[in-house]
Every structure is written in C-alpha cells, then in structure tokens.
Design a binder for this molecule. Structure first.
Ligand code: PLP
Length: 400
C-alpha cells in the first residue's frame, strides 16, 4: 500500500484542476501578450482564474495579486525589494522575522543582513508559537518590515498574524506574511487582517507546482524583482504561465469550498491518529491541537533518529518527513525542535505527518501499524534509548 503523508511538502493535483489546465497546453496556447486571436482567447480564462484567486484571500479589486514562479520567488521579492527601497537608500536599517521562517525567508534575510541590514530573529515559545508582544518589543523607528509566517510548515502552528498586523499598523511598519501553509487550511482575509504582503503557492493546495503568488495591498506595491516586460501590470516580467494561473484559480476555488466541510474531517482523522501515536511511550507532539492547522502532526519518538524512522516507513510505502535537511555526514536536528529548546535527543527524532483531503482511514491504520513496528524495532537496536517504565509522554519537558 502506498500512503502519502507529506502534504506540507506538496500535494496531489486535484483532477478538476488538471482538467481545467489541460486545454491551455495544446489548444489555447497563445501568448496572452500577442496581438492575435490565440492570445485573445486566453484572456477571459485568465480573468476568471484571477477573480477566484482574489476571492480566495478576499483581496480588493484595487490590490495587486501577482503570479510568480513559486512562493520562494514571492518571499525573495518582498525582502529584496524592501532592501533596495528602504535599507540601501538609508531610510531604514532593520527588519524582523521569526527564527522558524521557511528557508526562502531565512536565507534571504541572511543575505540582506550580509549587505548591512539589521535583522531581528523572533524566538518561538515552548508551544512553538510566536508571541505578538515580541514583535512590539523589537520594532524601532528604523524598522522597515516585519515578516512572520501565518502557519509553520513543520508544526502547523498558527501564528498571531492579526495581532502582529495591528502592531505593525500602529507603528507604520510594513507587514508581510508567508501564508503558504495557511491558504486552503484556514480562512484567509487580507481585508480583516492588516496584511501588506502575502505569499502563497498553488502546489500546497492541490494546484500545480511552479505557480506562486504575491498579494500587495493597494499603494504598497513593490519594486519589481524581474525586469524586462509589461506582464502582470508591470509588477513581474515574463510570459504568463496560463495553464498555471488557470490551475491556481481552480485549486483556490476548490480549497475555499472545502474549508467548511473537508477540514473538520481531516482534523478528526488527524486527532484520532495523534491519539494513537501518543499511546506509544516517550512520544512528544509540539503545539496544542487547537493552535495548529488541522492536517499536521510533528511528533518525536525518543531514541529514534528521524531518518531511521523514515527509512522504515518508506520501505512500507509510507511518505512522511523529518523536516530537517540531511547532510551526508551530519544528521541535522529539526529546526523547530531546536528553536523550542528541545534536548539533542528529542530534536533529532521528529517526524512530520501531514494529511490531505485524499487521506483515507485505511491509510492511517496502515501507517499506525507500521509506526508501532518501527518504534519497537528501532528502540531495540538504539544505543541511546533506555526505556523508563515510569516514563510517559506528559513527563517530557521542553524549554529553553
Ligand atoms: N514557505 C513555506 C512556509 C513553505 O512551506 C514552502 C514550501 O515548502 C515555501 C515557502 C516555498 O514554496 P515554493 O515551493 O512554492 O517555493
């Protein structure tokens, strides 16, 4: 049996999305910027897709949503443009991000830091959450931007984006949120929350890979990262990815429709799965369930190297993740586990299971059986694990 529980890495393309995209490969393949009928016939489809994308995040008609090649591009765009417009010109000298941002924010922040920008890295607490107060405490008169993700890709932890937005508005600081792991999982409204920039990516909500987006509030448009054409209202050059835009539109429509009726089912399946996993001795889950997205579990099995567990799962057809980049000689710890101050032993043992609307109970049952077998086998041969009969899950303590 093949089981895919790595939906925070990417998702299967929805059949309806695939069908919607199909005609734009071999029938309506004109370049939308050309001056003939092949171009013209794509225009209504692009318009409809963009309307669905705007509606999905409740953007205003006068705001800009620019389609990019991926969320990594959108995130790079925000930080680099802020660098060029505010830091390089000397108007400001500081940005704030969290210490658990995706590498596309983290590495870009480190890059602009190397170019002279001050960067504050906000810590997460023992529940894996950012405290909005830490944003308030870090803002100075020289802060150009706060960039904090909406939901964390490892734990699913939902950060206090609304409060952070209000603090930024109060201090007249620009606010960007990487909502890649939130879109399609929780309702998103850029109207209700004071968000200036918002990043998302179609392949995380059953759309195609290679299609990202950046929302920019009216009046807060950024200097383009890619020059050379007038596409996307001059915000981003490059021939439009018509099938990708159509696919993102359909995926967004379906994801928003599914929020009310599919997400509660996924949550229930996830919670039952988690209850069973936690019955295994010496396990630890980061972030309370009501404070994370409904599809994600980051769980540590003390004494078991995450990569060993993945190997055992993979042999039985199950795809999950450790959330850490694995260098050849060095097994890296999970970055979120490290950030919450988990001891070495625990930080290396985290496994992420992320479900989707296509996950079945049969798949979960199979996974549970395989996990139990793997835990028994790997702890048996582990040199670091010694079973403490009095030990149980709630005794595991985490903290800085
Ligand atoms: N931001 C977050 C939170 C993510 O989880 C990911 C993908 O894993 C990205 C950004 C990058 O997305 P993309 O693959 O579209 O570049």
């Amino acid at each position: 049996m093949k089981v895919y529980l790595d939906n925070n890495a990417t998702t299967m393309v929805d059949e309806q999305v695939k069908s919607a995209m199909d005609p734009f490969f071999t029938e309506m393949y004109g370049n939308p910027n050309s001056l003939h009928a092949y171009a013209g016939e794509t225009h209504p489809h692009i318009k409809t897709a963009m309307e669905k994308i705007y509606a999905g995040i409740q953007a205003n008609r006068k705001d800009s949503v620019v389609i990019t090649s991926c969320a990594t591009e959108s995130n790079n765009w925000v930080l680099k443009s802020i660098y060029f417009e505010y830091i390089l010109t000397g108007r400001k000298n500081h940005i704030i991000i969290s210490e658990v941002e995706h590498p596309s924010i983290m590495a870009t922040a480190r890059f602009i830091e190397s170019m002279g920008c001050k960067v504050t890295y906000l810590p997460i607490n023992s529940e894996g959450l950012i405290e909005a107060q830490s944003v308030r405490d870090s803002i100075t008169s020289k802060t150009a931007l706060v960039s904090v993700m909406w939901a964390n890709n490892e734990t699913g932890a939902i950060f206090p984006v609304q409060e952070i937005g209000e603090i930024c508005a109060e201090h007249k600081v620009l606010f960007h949120t990487d909502a890649v792991q939130a879109v399609g999982k929780i309702p998103i409204s850029v109207q209700e929350f004071n968000v200036d920039y918002l990043t998302f990516s179609a392949h995380k909500f059953h759309g195609p890979k290679g299609v990202g987006a950046l929302y920019m509030k009216q009046g807060k448009e950024l200097m383009p990262l890619l020059h050379g054409g007038s596409q996307m209202g001059g915000h981003r050059s490059g021939t439009l990815n018509v099938p990708g835009i159509v696919g993102m539109g359909k995926a967004m429509e379906n994801a928003v429709d599914a929020l009310d009726f599919e997400m509660p089912d996924i949550r229930e399946m996830r919670d039952n799965f988690e209850d069973e996993l936690l019955k295994i001795e010496d396990t630890f889950v980061v972030t309370p369930r009501n404070k994370r997205t409904s599809n994600t579990i980051l769980i540590s099995f003390r004494g078991i190297e995450g990569e060993s567990m993945l190997w055992d799962l993979n042999r039985e057809g199950i795809a999950a993740s450790t959330g850490s980049a694995c260098a050849s000689e060095d097994l890296e710890a999970n970055s979120v586990m490290e950030a919450i101050g988990a001891d070495e032993d625990l930080a290396h043992t985290a496994i992420r299971f992320s479900l989707s609307r296509y996950t079945t109970q049969e798949e979960i049952d199979h996974t549970l059986a395989v996990v139990k077998k793997a835990v028994a086998r790997l702890r048996e041969i582990s040199s670091s694990y010694s079973y403490a009969p009095e030990g149980h899950n709630s005794e595991l303590t985490i903290g800085h």
